[in-house]
Design a protein around this ligand. Structure first.
Ligand code: 48F
Length: 247
């Protein structure tokens, strides 16, 4: 036998071991954008068993794209995200009007790396297509391969149970919609107010289900803030703290 069989055998054994472990979790986070990744990092730091499900093949959501694919992002200098970014070694440059500049690819990678280093699992290419609900409480998610949906093939899904589920799906707030939570849709652009309200609105939206980042803004209809990322990180931190306390 050559190495081909060994490569396949090893991947199947390890991969299915990981997927088996993901059938039961403390927390499932849907979406690996800045809010979901930060929430995962902070939960993992508190020794919470957390898995992030991302339908694309890469992490970061909208963050690596900066503004209009232009490779820079901003953060308000008085944001509580600044100490976290500094701790992660993200370079921050003085801007103007109380704004700092960052490299959004660097920030994404450093947050994701810290989340994984602290024990968070990130699964890519998997899409959440429904929630598990018992007596009005969300108890995890129903998942399928993104590729199966894209190919238009109907195949029954699998399920991942969780004590708490976090909708970090960004503007779509797709998990909230699946769970029957009313989603108003994000409001018009207003950076200061959007940054403030996204943090305020992040939290439990239905028993067992939390919304963070733009999903939280979309649920409440609060303003968008474009490529200013501090609120996304703060939102993830806030919900991680709330969930860690409950666990
Ligand atoms: O959109 P996204 O980056 O959300 P976020 O963390 O941050 C928003 C900012 O990037 C920016 C902004 C504010 O500065 O306006 O846009 O709130 O990341 C959401 C992630 O969720 C994935 C999607 O591919 C993206 O990577 N996602 C969405 N729906 C699903 C999903 C689903 N049903 N299953 C799995 N992943």
């Amino acid at each position: 036998m050559g190495l081909e069989a060994a490569v396949s055998r090893l991947i199947l054994k390890k991969g299915f071991e990981i997927l088996n472990e993901c059938c039961e979790n403390d927390v499932v986070i849907v979406g690996a954008g800045p809010a979901g990744l930060t929430c995962a990092l902070k939960l993992a730091e508190s020794d919470v068993d957390v898995v992030v499900i991302e339908r694309k093949l890469y992490v970061g959501g909208g963050m690596p794209g900066g503004g209009m694919f232009i490779p820079a992002g901003t953060v308000l200098e008085d944001s509580d995200a600044v100490p976290l970014l500094e701790e992660l070694g993200v370079e921050l440059e003085e801007g103007e009007e109380g704004l700092l500049l960052l490299n959004p690819v660097e920030a994404t990678l450093k947050i994701a790396t810290a989340a994984v280093d602290n024990g968070a699992r990130i699964l890519v290419g998997i899409e959440v297509e429904d929630v598990i609900e018992r007596r009005g409480e969300v108890k995890g998610v129903v998942v399928n391969w993104t590729a199966a949906r894209q190919a238009g093939i109907h195949v029954d899904p699998l399920m991942m149970e969780a004590e708490f589920t976090v909708d970090a799906t960004g503007h779509e707030a797709s998990v909230c919609k699946l769970a029957g939570v009313e989603v108003k849709g994000e409001g018009k652009m207003w950076v200061e107010r959007g940054e403030e309200l996204v943090v305020k609105h992040s939290g439990e939206v239905k028993p067992g289900l939390y919304a963070v980042g733009m999903a939280a803004a979309a649920v409440k209809g609060s303003p968008r803030m474009g490529p200013t990322f501090g609120g996304m990180l703060e939102s993830g931190m806030k919900v991680a703290e709330e969930i860690a306390e409950k666990l």
